[in-house]
Design a protein around this ligand. Structure first.
Ligand code: BGC
Length: 717
């Protein structure tokens, strides 16, 4: 044997030896407990390999470590489906032909369903599609609270209420993670606007932080066991959120006991020392060569020189490994599925259950096709495809049914359907005229008005400039209404819009949101009465921007790079109710084609975790099957610290047939009565009087009862 052959022989023998050893390695055995697998793998890793796991090696991956059979790890946006493939090294689409996915309605539409079980179903679909697309971490849901209706990403979040947001997020995350895919809840924390999002420094009082902006994250961690948390771009109290010691170390990992990983937002890391020491576990998207990421070369050098402790490194690696193990990276990887009929059905169901009937005078809706011979469909929002828009949450959908297509499909055999664009950035008066003519000649006119995902609309990267519908849509609606009194307005928006002067003149308005790839079918089914609308607003629609708290107080968009949340706890309906300002449409509002009656409220000591149980009867007194979201708010009579006038603490969506009634029980746990006391650094529940308000919206309270808590509960995190 010559020398070269001998060398090859020894090399392959030793490689075979390593592989054989890895074959038997404990961390590769799915039957072993997770922590044992983590420790076993950690112990085998070199310093360099450990650092490799802490930063990206393309826009959405971290590097493989073949020696240890660690595969490349893939992440994807989120939250409306599995995003098309990007990069690898730029933000441009990769140009693949197999990166389509099912497109769900925007998250604000999901929130409007008030149906956590449906959120879980949606999560399951997204988890299955992530598996089929080879992704281990899905970047969503987004749970930032709607603080200003102008926020560009309002459509991507779950509304203005911490309880509703938390319930929907927990359902969604459980669904995704049930498939062995990690959910990454984002953006932690206080990322409530797009204006100056990379640098704005947010200042708020501790109660607002704890009671409004953090609860959904806490629920994601403690109830859903979320596997990843994404830091926000902005600063919080002077420190970038992805490197924020208070948020990440003290609260998330300390108080809440979060054991999984913190991922930076893409380009949200700014400093090696802060990233190393303040709780970041994975750096993504920095605009630098990968080797120069803050948690790459510079961190490695600092570890070698003793500047950073090895224990800190091991902690980060453990957290990464936990998620890798939980997402089957060392086991048989489940196959998943894409765009099945069942997935499409979930997309349609979310769209149908999320649409909100804002106004319906004299039963203008549903439209009865046995009495209607012609329909004029007006507006470019009837034909624009929305799925791909809005930046990171955009989806390359397998298909997208537009409202016009949905209506033609549903009604085309029964009625003549004409279409007129009516408005648009480049539209002249002859367009308007065409729309008015079409409306005059039709039995019913349906105007699809909306915002879309362009800059300064419903999009990542910029906020809206005002609450108006753009491109003269308001004027067009008024003209169409003059031409045809049976004018229905359907809104295709992801955030509240102003509706003067036309609202009073039109008989019906439906908020359809961006309703995903089955949206056109869903809107047709709602308009023609195949589906009885049951969505409720997850946010207040103000009459005017100046009525909205952050704007009323001049606390948006900040001065000299800092934004003080002057409204404190009084976000959304908490402000409108406490200050007695009439909203255009209240939080929790949404009509049905049937009617519901509430009666027989009983308050009783709860069982198990419930401190109190709220029980009442709900009856469907109309002529159709329908679903109602019964909402429970509390009002504390004489709180030691000021509280909002009312706070949502429970809800239930119930489907009842015509004439059916049901007794509903909603438990209120200790936390429902608690507020955060900064002096005690914890949540306290005080003895004393509370009013329990049960209603069909925050402004349509149907039952009220009083109770006295006589059981002091010690402060808790
Ligand atoms: C967004 C995140 C998103 C990430 C990756 C960022 O600009 O803020 O929500 O997950 O990009 O696309």
């Amino acid at each position: 044997m010559n020398h070269t052959l001998l060398l090859i022989f020894f090399l392959s023998a030793s490689l075979a030896g390593t592989l054989a050893a890895e074959d038997r390695a404990l961390y590769l055995d799915p039957a072993q407990p997770r922590e044992a697998r983590v420790e076993d793998l950690l112990r085998r890793m070199t310093l360099e390999e450990k650092v490799t796991l802490l930063h990206g090696d393309s826009k959405f991956t971290t590097a493989a470590i073949p020696r240890l059979r660690i595969p490349r790890r893939w992440m994807s946006d989120g939250p409306h489906g599995v995003r098309e493939d990007i990069g690898p090294d730029t933000w441009q689409p990769a140009g693949h032909t197999d990166d389509f996915s099912t497109c769900m309605p925007a998250q604000i539409a999901l929130a409007s369903t008030w149906d956590p079980a449906l959120a879980q179903k949606e999560g399951e679909v997204i988890g299955q599609e992530a598996l089929a697309r080879g992704k281990q971490i899905m970047l969503g849901p987004g749970v930032n609270i709607l603080r200003t209706p102008l926020g560009g990403r309002t459509f991507e979040y779950l509304g203005e209420d911490p309880w509703l947001t938390g319930r929907m997020a927990v359902g969604y995350i459980r669904g995704v993670q049930s498939q062995g895919v990690a959910s990454c809840v984002k953006h932690f924390a206080a990322n409530n606007q797009e204006w100056d999002r990379m640098s704005i420094n947010v200042e708020m009082d501790e109660r607002a932080l704890r009671e409004i902006y953090l609860p959904a994250f806490k629920a994601a961690v403690q109830e859903a066991g979320v596997l990843a948390v994404m830091g926000a771009y902005n600063e919080f109290r002077g420190q970038h959120c992805c490197e924020n010691a208070y948020l990440l170390k003290d609260i998330l990992k300390g108080e809440w006991g979060f054991e999984n990983m913190v991922i930076s937002d893409w380009g949200g890391t700014h400093d090696t020392r802060e990233a190393a020491l303040n709780g970041l576990d994975l750096e993504m998207g920095t605009e630098k060569p990968y080797a120069e990421y803050y948690l790459a070369g510079a961190y490695l050098a600092g570890l070698r020189s003793g500047q950073y402790p090895m224990a800190g490194l091991d902690d980060k690696v453990r957290r990464n490994l936990r998620v890798m193990i939980a997402t089957h990276m060392f086991d048989q990887y489940p196959k998943g599925s894409l765009n099945t009929a069942a997935h499409q059905a979930v997309a349609r169901r979310v769209a149908e259950r999320g649409m909100v009937l804002l106004k319906n005078e004299k039963a203008a809706l549903p439209l009865n096709l046995s009495q209607i011979h012609s329909l004029a469909i007006i507006g470019e929002n009837a034909v624009i495809k929305q799925a791909h828009g809005g930046e990171s949450s955009g989806i390359k959908a397998f298909y997208e049914v537009t409202p016009l297509e949905g209506i033609i499909h549903r009604a085309g055999k029964h009625a003549t359907v004409t279409y007129a664009r009516g408005y648009g950035a480049d539209a002249g008066p002859e367009v308007t005229e065409q729309a008015v003519r079409a409306a005059q000649q039709a039995d019913v006119a349906i105007v699809f008005a909306g915002l879309g995902h362009d800059e300064f609309r419903d999009t990542e990267g910029s906020d809206r400039k005002d609450l108006k519908l753009p491109n003269g849509q308001g004027e067009l609606i008024s003209k169409v209404r003059q031409a045809n009194p049976r004018t229905i307005v359907v809104l295709v928006t992801g955030s509240p819009v102003q509706m003067d002067p036309w609202l009073a003149a039109v008989p019906a308005v439906l908020e359809a949101w961006y309703s995903g790839m089955e949206g056109g079918s869903a809107v047709a089914r709602v308009l023609f009465g195949d589906v009885n609308p049951s969505g409720k607003l997850p946010c207040t629609f103000p009459k005017r921007l100046e009525d909205s708290p952050a704007h009323a107080l001049g606390a948006y968009p900040g001065t000299n790079g800092t934004e003080r949340y002057a409204e404190g706890l009084l976000v959304g309906y908490r402000y409108f109710d406490t200050k007695e300002i009439e909203p255009l449409f209240a939080f929790g509002h949404g009509l049905s084609y049937t009617q519901f009656e509430y009666s027989n409220l009983k308050l009783a000591k709860g069982q198990g975790k419930a401190l109190e149980t709220v029980t009442f009867d709900l009856a469907n007194t109309g002529k159709r099957t329908g679903a109602e979201v019964a909402q429970v708010y509390i009002h504390q009579s004489n709180p030691r610290l000021p509280r909002p006038f009312k706070e949502l603490k429970g809800f239930k969506k119930v489907t009842l047939e015509a004439g059916e009634h049901q007794t509903i029980s909603i438990p209120l746990e200790t936390g429902a009565f608690a507020f955060y006391d900064p002096a005690q650094k914890g949540w306290v529940t005080e003895n004393g009087g509370f009013e329990i308000l049960v209603g069909s919206s925050s402004r349509d309270i149907r039952l009220q009862g009083k109770l006295t808590l006589d059981q002091s509960v010690p402060a808790a995190h």
